[in-house]
Design a protein around this ligand. Structure first.
Ligand code: SF4
Length: 233
């Protein structure tokens, strides 16, 4: 079979069939080239999505990964937290936000009585580690974002927190810098979204002085707690 015919046939698997008719056998046949779209509704559940991510070759980050890092936390949580991509420890453990940044994130959440096992679902824009922890390229982010959008659809959070510029741009297409828009509520597909500083940035800026990043994060996390309380009332 010619490559073009093969691709057309494979694209058809996504484009023409409703997700409900896809079978586990079909998943195994699907190559994961970035040229194949992943429309909304492709995955019936997060396990299917994880299966596909685990064999994904949609971008060059596949070649350097130890693990595909998909998520941690509660898949039924009202809050989804989106980061940039896995670092070394995340890649080794196969879980997002488990290094120093993750520990700080857990502390920030705990400060307003949120815990990472029950109250949040955590994931990243790209699911494979960029070499030397560099920022993912636009091409890599674009290849992986369809998985993220499917995670949003399946988890169905009320609130989405975008940690850092890559998450903000990746999901919302917002190109203003994080320092300009952090702490502002934005609406995306009927969900409350707030850009916040990435915990790694807070680790590099440890001052708690009024107006500094850590102080601003404290304001933001309180606003997030308030929004959660209002939305579950
Ligand atoms: S980063 Fe995303 S798109 Fe790229 S290979 Fe990994 S799972 Fe696939």
């Amino acid at each position: 079979m010619l490559l073009d015919d093969f691709m057309t046939e494979q694209i058809g698997l996504f484009g023409d069939q409703p997700a409900a008719t896809l079978t586990p056998e079909t998943w195994e046949q699907i190559p994961t080239s970035a040229s194949i779209p992943i429309p909304a509704g492709t995955y019936q559940d997060l396990d299917q999505l994880a299966q596909h991510c685990n064999q994904c070759q949609r971008c060059g980050l596949a070649s350097g990964r130890i693990n595909v890092v998909i998520s941690r936390g509660n898949p039924n949580a009202a809050i989804m937290i989106i980061g940039e991509g896995p670092g070394q420890q995340e890649d080794e453990q196969g879980l997002p936000f488990v290094g120093k940044s993750g520990q700080l994130l857990d502390k920030i959440l705990a400060s307003v009585r949120l815990d990472t096992k029950n109250d949040v679902y955590i994931c990243n824009v790209v699911k494979c580690r960029p070499p030397n922890n560099r920022t993912p390229t636009a091409k890599e982010a674009a290849a992986c974002v369809p998985y993220l959008k499917e995670q949003v659809r399946l988890v169905d959070p009320k609130i989405i927190l975008l940690t850092g510029g890559t998450a903000l741009k990746g999901l919302l297409g917002e190109t203003r810098g994080i320092t300009k828009v952090r702490g502002q509520w934005m609406e995306w597909e009927g969900r409350h979204c707030m850009p916040i500083f990435h915990p790694a940035y807070l680790l590099r800026n440890p001052s708690r002085e009024k107006g500094k990043p850590k102080w601003l994060m404290w304001q933001d996390i309180q606003a997030i707690r308030k929004k959660l309380d209002e939305s579950v009332e």
